[in-house]
Ligand binder design. Structure first.
Ligand SMILES: [Zn+2]
Ligand SMILES: [Zn+2]
Length: 378
């Protein structure tokens, strides 16, 4: 591994640079070297981490003093704390970036914060909601039960009703040990094992959470589902997930949408497709048919001589468009029924009909069935 570069050199600032200058230099360089701004450049992330590491040290007066004295020999301890089911082990790195740019960026970890363990954000929760096609079309409201982990309301998530400052670390959550070596003084930082990095010792365990600081709760939540939503979509309800560590934000709640099949009305994007069955006589003579719609039903005229596979389009009777104006169309596909059981009299009639029919009877019924069917789906 290459020798670590000097932090001042990395940020391009003199050793006597002010805190504001350090901040300004980092902001400028971090934008240029952000991996998202340099796609395909594998070195960008390394440079960005180096920048952020330099900034984290030089922007912290205590860490900067230690660096000025010991250089890179100051080992860094601590580490991102996390609790199962959520949290972000890469706290320090992203927090700095977010403070600057208000954005998250999925990077690796290179070190935890210099201080005690950082409180981590709560995990995300998930709930599934099943809707009818009608509800998906026009929106719905639902009460859902969501099981979430909450910070104990009695102790505020600390786990004890009486606490005192940890005597081992003095409340810092970390312990620094300094020892002399051939290379000079070595300072190492570790998470305090007495208090586990929290800086506080519990004297009276909270009975409500049995010291865990967390309780699992079933909460009812009112959810509004917008019109035009589709099967498989996920809605995010910010802050409605599991609680984070005390002082950290909660996770989000994801509502997963399931839309029940309606065999009469199949969804094709914003359009609805209905397979309409008429008899071969109705197809030949024309008729009026009642077809299902989202609102109920409506009458549709079928012209004489309508062919199987013909698609009729009724504008504006489809699904409302999500977050847009208007609605799709209702597409009616004509399916012609041919008799399967006929009486002797019917046979006679059909044979007479066939005898009196010529080529001209079927004129204009050209075009393949599949061409007509193809026009149903885009
Ligand atoms: Zn409690
Ligand atoms: Zn301690």
């Amino acid at each position: 591994m290459a020798a670590k570069r000097d932090y001042y050199e990395v940020l391009g600032v003199p050793r006597e640079a002010s805190e504001a200058d350090v901040k300004k230099a980092y902001r400028r360089l971090a934008r240029d070297h952000h991996p998202d701004a340099n796609p395909g450049d594998t070195g960008a992330e390394e440079r960005f981490k180096e920048l952020t590491e330099a900034y984290e040290v030089l922007s912290n007066p205590e860490a900067r003093r230690a660096y000025d004295t010991y250089g890179h020999q100051v080992p860094r301890g601590g580490g991102g704390g996390g609790y199962p089911g959520g949290g972000d082990p890469f706290g320090g790195f992203q927090d700095i970036f977010e403070a600057f740019f208000g954005d998250r960026f999925g990077g690796g970890t290179f070190f935890g914060g210099a201080g005690a363990r950082r409180p981590s954000r709560g995990g995300d929760a998930e709930v599934e909601v099943e809707l009818s096609l009608h509800e998906a079309a026009f929106g719905a409201e639902r009460e859902v039960n969501v099981q979430t982990v909450r910070n104990c309301s009695v102790c505020g998530g600390v786990g004890g009703t009486q606490t005192r400052t940890c005597g081992t670390c003095g409340g810092a959550g970390i312990i620094q040990t300094v020892r002399d070596s051939l290379l000079g003084q070595m300072v190492s930082t570790q998470q305090c094992s007495t208090c586990g990095g929290s800086g506080r010792i519990i004297e009276v365990t909270c009975e409500n959470c049995r010291g865990g600081g967390r309780v699992s709760e079933m909460a009812s939540r009112h959810i509004r589902i917008p019109e035009g939503i589709e099967d498989g979509m996920r809605m995010r309800i910010s802050g409605a997930g599991h609680d984070g560590d005390p002082g950290a934000p909660p996770g989000d709640l994801y509502v997963i949408i399931k839309v029940k099949d309606a065999p009469e009305l199949l969804r094709d994007g914003d359009d609805l497709v209905h397979r309409m069955r008429i008899t071969f006589v109705e197809a030949a003579l024309g008729t009026t048919v009642e077809v299902p719609t989202l609102e109920g039903s409506r009458a549709v005229d079928i012209e004489a001589g309508t062919q199987p596979g013909t698609t009729l389009r009724i504008g504006g009777e489809g699904m409302p468009r999500l977050r847009k104006r208007g609605r799709g169309d209702l597409k009616l596909v004509v399916d012609v029924m041919v008799p399967t059981r006929i009486s002797p009299e019917q046979r006679e009639l059909l044979e007479k009909f066939e005898e009196s029919s010529g080529k001209e009877t079927y004129n204009g019924s050209g075009g393949s069935f599949f061409d007509r069917l193809r026009s149903v789906f885009r």
